[in-house]
Design a protein around this ligand. Sequence first.
Ligand SMILES: [Zn+2]
Length: 157
Amino acid sequence: MEGLYFWDDFGIPTRFNSLISDQWNPTTDSLPSQGRRMDAKDLQYFKDVLSGMLDDILRKSEETIEDMTESGEVYADPADRATAESDRAFTLRLRDRERKLIKKIQKAINRIDDGDFGVCVECGEDISIPRLKARPMTTLCINCKSKQEEDEAVRGD
Ligand SMILES: [Zn+2]
C-alpha cells in the first residue's frame, strides 16, 4: 500500500494542503480577501495547482492498477488470501474516491476556463481567496457552505 495517500473530508489530498501553502504566491497572498476579482495571474496559479493535483492522481492511479495486476496471484494460505482481498477492496474504494476527486478537479479547471472560478454557485458572490487557497475545488462561499452544513445537520436528525 506504499505510495497511497488519504484525503481529508473535503476531498483534498493531505499532501496538497502543504503544497498549496508552500507555493503560495506572495503577491496573491497579500490581496484583500474580499471585493476584488482575481486577475489572470491568480487564475493561472490555481490552474497550475489543480493541474498538478490531477497529474499526480492520474499517475498514482496507474500505479494502483499495476499493483492490482501484480497482486492477481493465488495464495495458498487463507490468511494471505484474506489480506490480499482486503487490500483489493481498499484499493477499489480508493479508486472510487480518486474518480470523484478527478471529476472535481476537472470541473474546477473548466470553471477557470469559463471564467466562473471563485464565484459561489449559490449566491454569485466571490469566494474569498484564503478559502480557495485551502479548498481550490470549492463552489460555495463560506456563508453558503455553512448554511448547507446547517441544513444537512437538520435533515440528518
Ligand atoms: Zn454563496
